[in-house]
Design a protein around this ligand. Structure first.
Ligand code: CTP
Length: 407
């Protein structure tokens, strides 16, 4: 695959100020800074003096390639304190201590973190971390309520074992969850799919043979999950209807789990009643056992064969009446173009994303995909091997083009 493009990096060209304050969990902010960089962001770190007791500014300087500002007086000389705040697309404070939360709520500017928060017009995401007693204290609760009213967003705190040994709310959210919350926040504010409801289906289905066995396929759900993630990053409200898969739900995405084609159909009928697009990336089983057994099928002595009769499942996308812009997939092992073209009218699709699942780098379980898009007006677009996330954006670009102009 070629160099990652901005279409592979969800935070490309975003300037993120990371404020780090004095909590034992400050070490996790190093992982967060690294994840933000990997996602393409430019990261500028500001720290409170207390944070430097837990983790060295040099760690962040090495991870971000930029100077870290701790001393507000030094920063004031170069006007850096206002500059950092002005340039930001978003500010994340992780970990945010009870003390910093109090400072923010009361508009204090006694250190670089609270000063930057006060001086920026960018959205602020707080990831609180403290002992549960402090988190639950009415003073902290009131400060959080004030900040929420002002539009500050929160991720966590998670509940679990705390540094004090106590178990309760107060753990810093995991860095991956913080990055997810940030992508959601930025998408909701600036994404080109804001106010759109996009429904995505993903994964294969499990059609029961008996209570312990099923008929299934090799779909891992990766393509559908990448579409859900990309749509979330662009500000859409996303509903993901998925068969059994081993993937984390992207932050901010509504997930509905189903097992069978029958269940997937019911779920999709409900959620596409008010959707702007349905992107059918799932691999529903075409056939299901005609008479699943109520009990585990036992082998009889000497039994050499077991015949399971299969009956056809409904074609979900062909059955769904509307859903807005309709996108299908065609996973083929031969005659890609002919089969994909047949499926367009049969399933009433605006376009179909076809791939040869036997090609290297395409198909089940890979992180990449090489697709051809066939449109209902006869246009055909061929693409190189790309990450599934980049393919997701290509699909969403084309979905967006199909939205009625007036709405
Ligand atoms: N699809 C569906 N319901 C099914 C089977 C498939 O909605 N019961 C959808 C898939 O999600 C995909 C498109 O139809 O978007 C094409 O799926 P594919 O498996 O390639 O084709 P089939 O319609 O199953 O046709 P065939 O088995 O002949 O290839």
């Amino acid at each position: 695959m070629s160099q990652p493009s901005s279409r592979d990096l969800p935070l490309a060209n975003r300037r993120i100020v990371l404020g780090v304050t004095g909590s034992i969990s400050a070490y996790k902010a190093a992982d967060l800074a690294s994840k933000l960089r990997q996602a393409g962001a430019e990261v500028e770190v500001v720290m409170t003096p207390a944070a430097t007791r837990f983790i060295a500014p040099l760690t962040f300087k090495s991870l971000t390639g930029r100077d870290v500002v701790v001393d507000m007086f030094e920063a004031a000389e170069t006007e850096a304190h206002v500059e950092v705040a002005r340039r930001a697309d978003a500010m994340v404070i992780a970990p945010a201590t009870a003390d910093t939360i109090a400072s923010l709520a009361h508009g204090h500017a006694g250190d670089m973190v609270s000063l930057t928060a006060l001086a920026t017009a960018a959205p602020i995401l707080l990831a609180p971390a403290m002992d549960s007693q402090m988190w639950e204290h009415p003073a902290t609760a009131a400060n959080i309520a004030t900040l929420r009213e002002r539009g500050v967003e929160l991720v966590g705190p998670a509940t679990g074992r705390l540094a004090s040994g106590r178990v309760g709310p107060g753990r810093l959210a995991e860095p991956a969850a913080i990055v997810g919350a940030l992508r959601l926040l930025l998408g909701r504010r600036t994404g080109d799919l804001r106010d759109r409801h996009i429904v995505v289906s993903a994964g294969g289905t499990h059609e029961p043979i008996d209570p312990v066995r099923f008929v299934g396929n090799r779909s891992t759900g990766r393509m559908g999950f990448a579409i859900a993630e990309a749509a979330r990053d662009r500000g859409a409200e996303v509903t993901l209807v998925t068969g059994p898969v081993a993937l984390e739900t992207p932050v901010g995405v509504r997930r509905i789990d189903v097992q069978t084609v029958a269940e997937m159909l019911v779920a999709l009928e409900q959620v596409t009643a008010r959707s702007d697009a349905i992107i059918m990336a799932a691999a529903p089983a075409d056939f299901r056992p005609a008479a699943p057994a109520d009990h585990k099928i036992k082998k009889a002595p000497g039994q050499e064969r077991l015949v399971i009769e299969l009956e056809q499942n409904p074609d979900i996308i062909a059955t769904l009446p509307g859903g807005g812009v309709r996108v299908g997939f065609a996973a083929e092992t031969r005659d890609l173009a002919a089969y994909a073209r047949q499926k367009l009218p049969a399933k009433r699709l605006h376009f179909i994303v076809a791939n040869d699942v036997t090609a290297p780098g395409s198909g089940f379980g890979t992180e990449t995909n090489q697709v051809v898009i066939f449109h209902d007006d006869g246009r055909v677009e061929e693409f190189p091997l790309l990450s599934k996330y980049a393919v997701a954006h290509l699909i969403l670009d084309r979905v967006r083009e199909r939205f009625p102009r007036s709405s």
